[in-house]
Design a protein. Structure first.
Length: 197
């Protein structure tokens, strides 16, 4: 993704500091665009989350060097926004989209978009899924630590002041959350994620 944006940046602005406008509802995408533009020499970057905000900021902020639009905007039709920005002096507009629609690309280019980048995959603001061990309660972690120390269910019960049946119930919940009933695998998962030593 970074290589493509860098390769397609407008050449006249690559030789001098420039101002940029980024329009995307997704923070992960904005961060990626900011990184590329900063490495390309942007001295000032304005970030917007909606097309309406972009129109307002484009009126206020001067510079009008480079604008990167996320094709995922939903509040304003994309080509209408392109025309609005052009009317405000933004001539170097790049559209970044997950859609590989030849008619859409052609329409964008005819409207005056200087570059159209098709991204691979689905960008998301979602954090990576937490490890299954993150679902364990404090008591379940205590039980798992006791298992890691080599204790049997009876020993764990005596150590933690629980009945054997309660320990068995905790072990069943731990197994369900971690997706295995094998004690060695449970301990290995706990050690890998740092919840047991």
């Amino acid at each position: 993704m970074t290589r493509t944006l860098t390769a397609l940046r407008p050449q006249p602005t690559a030789r001098r500091p420039f101002a940029a406008l980024i329009v995307s509802p997704h923070s992960a995408r904005r961060r990626a665009f900011v990184g590329v533009l900063e490495r390309s020499g942007a001295r000032r970057i304005v970030e917007c989350t909606t097309g309406a905000e972009a129109r307002t900021r484009a009126r206020i902020d001067t510079g009008n060097d480079v604008c990167v639009l996320d094709g995922g905007l939903s509040d304003v039709p994309m080509l209408v926004l392109v025309r609005n920005l052009q009317a405000l002096g933004w001539r170097r507009i790049m559209l970044v989209s997950a859609r590989h629609d030849m008619l859409g690309i052609r329409a964008a280019m005819l409207t005056g978009v200087r570059g159209y980048v098709v991204t691979e995959g689905n960008w998301s603001d979602a954090s990576p899924s937490p490890s299954p061990t993150a679902q364990l309660t404090a008591r379940e972690i205590e039980v798992l630590q006791a298992v890691a120390n080599g204790m049997s269910n009876k020993d764990i019960g005596a150590y933690l002041g629980l009945s054997s049946l309660t320990v068995k119930s905790h072990m069943a919940r731990i197994s369900r959350k971690l997706g295995t009933g094998d004690r060695a695998q449970l301990v290995a998962m706990g050690m890998r994620d740092g919840v047991v030593r």
